[in-house]
Design a binder for this molecule. Structure first.
Ligand code: NAD
Ligand code: MG
Length: 398
């Protein structure tokens, strides 16, 4: 049997390396067609030596040159350079599945290329969906792509749905499915119990120290502001076709329950597991089958209490901004995503303080006229405009 052929967009990242771990456990089932990264040559070389993909793409041209030299002894690997090559390895006819694990808006075009080529798309890159919402879901339907959610919450919800609902993502009629609510859980991040007046002094290192999950820097900061849950709220709205009253967030500090679906008969279905992304990744890669992910089983005798609290809005102003933007319209969520990317970048570079992340987002949202975004080109142009406004806002604060 020849295996499923995969392209991993963002192979050097946290999700990328968990995906490679899952592949390594099932070498006869998966074949690595292409891996991509921005500029980390050392990490990419190690992946190429271990897995020998057909293609390795570096967005940065100089990084591609260095990788070519480093892989001189591996002529079977073709090294490509530039953002255009991301689209090619996403859409290539040889590919069955594309893991979309680039961080941020940079992932939109290559993820959409996979959608337009009708691939099975494993979606980790939530920003791509947040910035293009209905347009993205319409493309999935139009091109007959198969979309599977990797984000642990959305993967948990997906697992709690009927197969009919699973096969109609984006258009599912929740009421007809007997679903009264989608309950997104979130840990509350590293600052859940910190006195609110100490939030502003928190360093990037403290913000990136998540209590339960090990992740890339940007999503770690998003977890500390809980904008990550805000992006996930918007992501859930599109994936599961939710109305406002059908979507709630609850804080669950232990990250054992990854999200829940409440049915109208009073039943609540939840998916539980270790906080390890290999579980949802393996679920998507093997779907509809279940096979080992390498994650150890939950031991209920060792778990202790599972607790739940309501979200403190004062502590997490970014979350409120995201919930507002979600129901305001496409431009608002595109603007929120872009201004947050600029704010987080500048927080990580220690140019602004933790509390100023929400301030930048809030100011940008207040300041901008929200246009109608009728195409992906409109989305990309508006995203660029928002970045300029957000950058000016950062400059004014520093
Ligand atoms: P990461 O920072 O660890 O890795 C990001 C990857 O994207 C790297 O391979 C990097 O080379 C690539 N990349 C960065 N900028 C790029 C650009 N401009 N062009 C092309 N490639 C670029 O990030 P991560 O934590 O693996 O997260 C990836 C995505 O998955 C994010 O959208 C995140 O929200 C989502 N996600 C992550 C987790 C997690 O546990 N890490 C969980 C759920 C969802
Ligand atoms: Mg998540």
């Amino acid at each position: 049997m020849s295996g499923q052929r995969l392209t991993i967009l963002g192979a050097t990242g946290s999700i990328g390396s968990s995906t490679l771990d899952v592949i390594a456990q099932h070498p006869q089932r998966f074949e690595l067609f292409a891996v991509t990264a921005h500029s980390n040559v050392t990490a990419m070389e190690a992946i190429c030596q271990r897995f020998t993909p057909s293609y390795a793409v570096m967005v940065d041209e100089q990084a591609a040159n260095r990788l070519r030299e480093a892989l001189a002894d591996k002529p079977e690997i073709t090294v490509l350079a530039g953002a255009q090559a991301l689209l090619e390895v996403s859409a290539a006819s040889e590919v069955d599945q594309v893991m979309a694990a680039i961080v941020g808006a940079a992932g939109l075009a290559p993820t959409l290329a996979a959608v337009k080529a009708g691939k099975r798309v494993l979606l980790a890159n939530k920003e791509a969906l947040v910035m293009s919402g209905q347009l993205f879901m319409d493309a999935v339907q139009h091109y007959g792509a198969e979309l599977l959610p990797v984000d642990s919450e959305h993967n948990a919800i997906f697992q709690c749905l009927t197969t009919h609902a699973q096969s109609t993502l984006g258009q599912v009629d929740l009421e007809a499915e007997g679903i009264s609510k989608i309950l997104l859980t979130g840990s509350g991040g590293p600052f859940l119990n910190l006195p609110v007046n100490q939030l502003n002094q928190q360093t990037p290192a403290a913000a990136c120290k998540h209590p339960n999950w090990s992740m890339g820097q940007k999503i770690s900061v998003d977890s500390a502001t809980m904008l990550n849950k805000g992006l996930e709220y918007i992501e859930a709205r599109w994936l599961f076709n939710c109305r406002r009253e059908q979507l709630d967030i609850v804080i669950h500090p232990q990250s054992v329950i990854h999200s829940m679906v409440q049915y109208s008969d009073g039943s609540v279905l939840a998916q539980l597991g270790q906080p390890d992304m290999k579980t949802p990744i393996a679920h998507c890669m093997h779907y509809p089958h279940r096979r080992s992910s390498g994650v150890k089983a939950l031991d209920f005798t060792q778990l202790g209490a599972l607790t739940f609290v309501t979200v403190d809005e004062q502590r997490y102003p970014c979350l409120r901004l995201a919930q507002q933007a979600c129901w305001q319209g496409q431009a608002a969520t595109t603007a929120l995503n872009a201004s947050n990317e600029i704010a987080v970048e500048n927080f990580l570079a220690e140019r602004i303080q933790f509390g100023q992340i929400s301030e930048v987002c809030d100011r940008v949202l207040q300041q901008l006229q929200m246009p109608a975004l009728g195409s992906i080109d409109d989305v990309v142009a508006f995203d660029q405009k928002v970045r300029r406004v957000a950058f000016e806002c950062v400059e004014a604060l520093t």
